[in-house]
Design a protein around this ligand. Structure first.
Ligand SMILES: *[C@@H]1O[C@H](CO)[C@@H](O)[C@H](O)[C@H]1NC(C)=O
Ligand SMILES: *[C@@H]1O[C@H](CO)[C@@H](O)[C@H](O)[C@H]1NC(C)=O
Ligand SMILES: *[C@@H]1O[C@H](CO)[C@@H](O)[C@H](O)[C@H]1NC(C)=O
Ligand SMILES: *[C@@H]1O[C@H](CO)[C@@H](O)[C@H](O)[C@H]1NC(C)=O
Ligand SMILES: *[C@@H]1O[C@H](CO)[C@@H](O)[C@H](O)[C@H]1NC(C)=O
Ligand SMILES: *[C@@H]1O[C@H](CO)[C@@H](O)[C@H](O)[C@H]1NC(C)=O
Length: 447
């Protein structure tokens, strides 16, 4: 360190403030941009990692336990450190394996090295990979714009191999994990920055402007054009722990790091759908049933019997609006000709869908046309609006998986510390969208 020139040191301090030691005037809230990849319908973020810092694209997985990146290609860093198998850190990681390597040491190759099982969020393939410690840097925020970068020098993640990227969006090098574990991205930010363990996710479907996640802060979450703070307009429901996890390689009865909520009824145009309520509860022995939220499932899936009664109710309510079904477009079953459907501020004029929580009539996530319908081209190139829900088959592990399309332009606050989910319903009602966070910064975070 003695050889560093004072100007270099100034740069280092100015641009890469260690999170914990950032000055009191700087909030310890961090930001990531989230971009939709329209060919895979996955959501990706860009995080600076390693030394020197390199922007790295990662698929955002709300339910994943820890970050992973490909170490086989282009992983160069002067600060990476393997984790030894007998360390307390390795014990907290609940590692199931210890690996040795018979090549010259490099990232992902060390002896007595604490190993993890990174998983492809989409294909559910897994491999063994060394756990590593290295630096990452994210922009701080006051809730309305990005500020200087904060450095987390001891970020823990897993190495992986090139083949595990197959099925993920082009140009990504791994996965950014937002799950309720002790080593997800928000968990480690909370530890390093002494901030609360909570984050807010706002997915955008916009092909031009990204959505955003706020990490380590309960607000404000400010969106243009009217500088509206969305942290003031959330409804809350408990986050439920599923006691049985569903990772490829897992301990017996390790709890799930995914986010489950207590949906107890589904309504179409305010009328409850008559569904099998047993399926909406989590079976504590098997972990089957219940409702979870996922960023890697593009459209909400429902167990077959729920899907059947739900679509029947929707078709009947839509018929009352004079909407007549047209040819379905895969993977959807319920589609309407575009010119029959009116439009509103909250998307196509179709029956509303409510997810009612915890048997409380007044706590519901209302889904309007912009989130319930998706524009599809039929076989003859005709434009249609299709009900963007998918049949999840008979006996799926989770009865309802709320998918990313239903989350777009809704702000969701995952307060892991307080075990509750805050949700805004459609931001279109508040005349903004998730792509309306002002990423224009007066700080040059691109260096
Ligand atoms: C872990 O094991 C290595 C090699 O056996 C030893 O050098 C090191 O001191 C041990 N570390 C701890 C924390 O026990
Ligand atoms: C691991 O130990 C073996 C045997 O001592 C040695 O040949 C090998 O080079 C070591 N690997 C690394 C990455 O240091
Ligand atoms: C996570 O960390 C907390 C606090 O250190 C600890 O009490 C808890 O057991 C850890 N959870 C798991 C699953 O290891
Ligand atoms: C409801 O679902 C449960 C779990 O799959 C099943 O055992 C039960 O038979 C179903 N009830 C009805 C009325 O279909
Ligand atoms: C549906 O069509 C019928 C017959 O054309 C008409 O009387 C009725 O007002 C329409 N309803 C709505 C909701 O547009
Ligand atoms: C976004 O922030 C920049 C820099 O602070 C400012 O110049 C610009 O006017 C803002 N844009 C909007 C739409 O508020």
């Amino acid at each position: 360190m003695a050889v560093l020139s004072s100007s270099y040191l100034f740069c280092l301090l100015f641009f890469f403030l260690p999170c914990l030691y950032s000055s009191a005037s700087l909030p310890k809230a961090l930001l990531i941009p989230i971009t939709k990849d329209h060919s895979t319908l996955q959501y990706t973020t860009k995080i600076k990692q390693r030394t020197p810092l390199q922007p790295t694209n990662l698929v955002v997985d709300l339910g994943a336990s820890f970050n992973w990146v490909n170490c086989e290609k282009n992983y160069q860093s002067s600060t990476y450190k393997p984790i030894s198998c007998n360390s307390s850190l390795c014990a907290s990681l609940k590692s199931l394996a210890c690996s040795n390597c018979y090549e010259p040491p490099h990232p992902g190759c060390a002896n007595n090295s604490c190993a993890l099982f990174p998983e492809n969020s989409v294909t559910r393939k897994s491999t063994i990979g060394d756990a590593l410690i290295d630096a990452i840097a994210l922009p701080t925020t006051d809730g309305s714009k990005p500020g200087p970068l904060a450095l987390i020098s001891d970020f823990v993640f897993s190495c992986s191999r090139t083949f595990l990227l197959k099925g993920l969006a082009k140009g990504v090098a791994g996965v950014a994990a937002l799950g309720r574990s002790n080593f997800s991205l928000p968990a480690q930010i909370s530890t390093s920055c002494s901030s609360p363990y909570l984050f807010a996710l706002c997915l955008s479907g916009s092909p031009t402007a990204p959505g955003v996640a706020f990490l380590g802060t309960g607000g404000p979450y400010v969106f243009v054009p009217q500088q509206v703070d969305l942290s003031n307009s959330l409804m809350y429901t408990p986050l439920i722990l599923n006691p049985v996890g569903d990772t490829v390689i897992t301990y017996y009865r390790q709890p799930s790091d995914e986010y489950f909520i207590g949906v107890t009824a589904v309504k179409v145009n305010g009328k409850a759908v008559n569904l099998n309520e047993t399926l909406l509860a989590i079976d504590d022995e098997t972990g089957f049933g219940g409702t979870k939220i996922s960023t890697v499932v593009p459209y909400t899936t429902m167990e077959s019997s729920i899907y059947k009664v739900f679509t029947e109710a929707f078709i009947s309510e839509a018929a009352a609006l004079n909407l007549t079904l047209t040819k379905s477009v895969k993977p959807f079953d319920v589609c309407y000709p575009v010119d029959e459907v009116g439009s509103t501020r909250v998307g196509p004029a179709v029956p509303t869908v409510d997810l009612v929580m915890e048997q409380k009539e007044y706590v519901f996530w209302r889904i309007f046309g912009a989130n319930s319908m998706v524009s599809m081209l039929g076989e003859e190139g005709e434009e249609t609006w299709c009900l963007a829900f998918v049949d999840g088959g008979i006996g799926p592990r989770t009865s309802i998986v709320i998918g990313a399309h239903q989350m777009e332009d809704n702000l969701l606050q995952f307060d892991v510390g307080s075990k509750r989910l805050g949700f805004s319903s459609s931001l279109l009602l508040k005349q903004t969208t998730c792509s309306n966070f002002n990423f224009t910064s007066s700080y040059n975070n691109n260096r």
